[in-house]
Every structure is written in structure tokens, then in C-alpha cells.
Design a binder for this molecule. Structure first.
Ligand SMILES: Cc1ncc(COP(=O)(O)O)c(C=O)c1O
Length: 311
């Protein structure tokens, strides 16, 4: 998807012009993948706009840094204010927000500890992520997700996305919208950039964090909404073949939002259409983010906007 630029990017406490947000080729991150980041959406509501679960995203960024011994010079609250500042300065909503921290320029060698930590926050318009207007046709990937005790899946680290890239490219060259990876023990894990949910006999299933998944903030939101709607929820290790005999399946993620799966490995999921539980959760999610239902969990941080982007 081509990047649509905005005017400003936040860098270490100040707004700089988009075109000046550059780094040196000898920066640590370029060689050793030492970055952590977030993806956040800002949605438009009648009469305004709001950033979805901003504090949880900023907390996860700080936790990713903690896992990688990459302390950020800002608190979650300061980073949340910086997000509001850059979104308001650029004035474009709805939008996608990309905070990123990485080890910058100064030293060479694997050890990152003496390379400076740089923090940037950009925002730009970004529309639908998972292809397929009638639901996504996906495959099970030949690539496994990260093995425990190799790359920590609870850190949203740039380097994890080399694995995601293998999954996504394999799916695309084989004509699928996305790939679902198994963990190293063969249990369902997640998509290259999405958590996975399955519905069977009225119960909602998702893989627990121990199956090498990112602790998705949309995943958490869907679990909250499911409990609110009285849908039974089970977090347990799930065998691959459940994908072929379940009634409904969908992805969740900031980019993917709530995206129903039409088929897996060319086997229809249910009758291929969006099933009633997926629809109830999808509608409940979009009602909150689009402002047609009350924001009863305080998930939206208001921002002032000038322009509505077409995405
Ligand atoms: C690998 C992976 N899993 C799951 C998710 C979903 O997480 P979230 O809902 O916090 O965006 C993402 C997206 O960030 C991801 O990259």
C-alpha cells in the first residue's frame, strides 16, 4: 500500500517536517533489527475523532522496550500526549499512527546498550488491510511463529516481522489474502499481523498468549465485547484442523480491525459468509469506534481534527 505522507513527525519531543525524519545507514537498527513499535488507529466519530486504546498501546510499547532493555525517555502518558500532538498538528483523521523506538547511530556491534534510543511518532491515512470484500481467503503457512525463548512474541519488535514477512509473502505468491502460522508445537498461533478467533457451537475460541501470539489490543477488546454480549469465551491451545470444521473464523488487529475469514486452505469456513457471532462482535466493535454506541469502556481518546481523510 503506498504511503500517504502528512506534514509532521514527532521526534524525541518535537515536531519535525516529515521529510526530515531520516536516520543514518549505520544506525544500529538498520543492521540488527533493534526496533520496537506500535500501530494505532484514530477513528472519526460524529463531531470529532478519537484514538483507540491509546494508553494500552503506549503501555505495550514501554513493555516491549523493557523486554529488550531499551528504556524510553518518556512515560506512557507523555507518549500518549505526543500522539495527540502529532495527530492534531497533521489534522488528518481517520488515520493510522505509528510510534517507533529504535537503537540509533553511534556504535557498531550486536550489543545495543550504548547506542542511543530514538523515538518517532508518525501518522497517515490508511484504509482496509486484509484483502477481500466478501471475507478473506487465507492459508495455513508453512512457516511457524516464533518459538518460545527465541524471539519474545509479547514484544512488538521490528525483528519479529521478518517472520511475519515470510508468512505474508508465501500467502500472497500462492494467491491468498493472508497466512495463519502455527506455533512450533503445531497449535494455531496467529496471522502475520493479526490475532485469530474461531467460533464453534456458539463458543468463541482464541489461542492463549503461550502459543506465540502478540497480546493484541483488538484481541483484548473483542474478549471484552464477547463477555458483554454473553458469548462464552475459551482461551486454549487450538489444533489446526479446527479451522476446517469451525462455524466462523476471523482475524483481529489494529490494521485488520475485525476481518472475517471466508476460507482456509480453500476449505470454506461455515458457508463462507460472515457468521452471526462474528457479525455481533464486528458490529459492537465498529459501533464504539465509529461513535454510534457509547464508549462505555473509555477506549477513545479525543483529538481535534481539521480534515476528514478519504481512506
Ligand atoms: C503479529 C501480530 N499479531 C497480532 C496483532 C494484533 O494486535 P493489535 O490488535 O494490538 O493491533 C498484530 C498487530 O499489531 C500483529 O502484528
Amino acid at each position: 500500500m503506498p504511503l500517504v505522507t502528512t506534514q509532521h513527525i514527532w521526534h524525541n519531543g518535537e515536531l519535525i517536517p516529515w521529510e526530515n525524519a531520516n536516520i543514518h545507514v549505520m544506525s544500529h537498527v538498520v543492521h540488527y533489527g533493534s526496533s520496537i513499535f506500535e500501530g494505532i488507529r484514530c477513528y472519526a466519530q460524529p463531531g470529532g475523532a478519537g484514538v483507540f486504546r491509546l494508553s494500552e498501546h503506549m503501555q505495550r510499547l514501554i513493555h516491549s522496550g523493557k523486554i529488550y532493555r531499551m528504556p524510553l525517555a518518556y512515560t506512557a502518558e507523555q507518549l500518549a500526549s505526543a500522539v495527540v500532538e502529532v495527530v492534531e498538528a497533521n489534522g488528518v483523521t481517520p488515520c493510522y499512527i505509528r510510534p517507533i523506538a529504535f537503537r540509533g547511530y553511534g556504535e557498531i556491534g550486536v550489543n545495543p546498550l550504548r547506542s542511543p534510543v530514538e523515538v518517532y511518532i508518525a501518522n497517515f491515512p490508511w484504509g482496509k488491510y486484509v484483502p477481500g470484500t466478501q471475507g478473506a481467503d487465507v492459508c495455513v503457512s508453512s512457516w511457524n511463529r516464533l518459538a518460545p525463548n527465541t524471539m519474545p512474541s509479547l514484544a512488538k519488535a521490528g525483528a519479529n516481522y521478518m517472520n511475519s514477512q515470510l508468512i505474508r509473502m508465501e500467502a500472497e505468491v500462492n494467491g491468498y489474502a493472508e497466512g495463519i502460522a502455527l506455533d512450533v508445537n503445531g497449535y494455531l498461533s496467529e496471522g502475520s499481523g493479526e490475532n485469530l478467533f474461531i467460533v464453534r457451537n456458539g463458543t468463541l475460541y482464541t489461542s492463549p498468549l503461550a502459543n506465540s501470539v502478540l497480546n493484541g489490543i483488538t484481541r483484548d477488546s473483542i474478549l471484552v465485547l464477547a463477555r458483554h454480549l454473553g458469548i462464552p469465551v475459551v482461551e486454549q491451545a487450538l489444533p489446526r484442523e479446527l479451522l476446517y470444521i469451525c462455524d466462523e473464523a476471523f482475524f483481529t488487529g489494529t490494521a485488520a480491525e475485525v476481518a472475517h475469514l471466508r476460507s482456509v486452505d480453500r476449505i470454506l469456513v461455515g458457508d463462507g459468509s460472515m457468521g452471526p457471532i462474528t457479525k455481533a462482535l464486528h458490529d459492537a466493535f465498529f459501533a464504539i469506534v465509529n461513535g454510534t454506541a457509547e464508549d462505555r469502556y473509555g477506549w477513545l481518546t479525543p483529538v481535534k481534527v481539521r480534515e476528514l481523510a478519504t481512506v
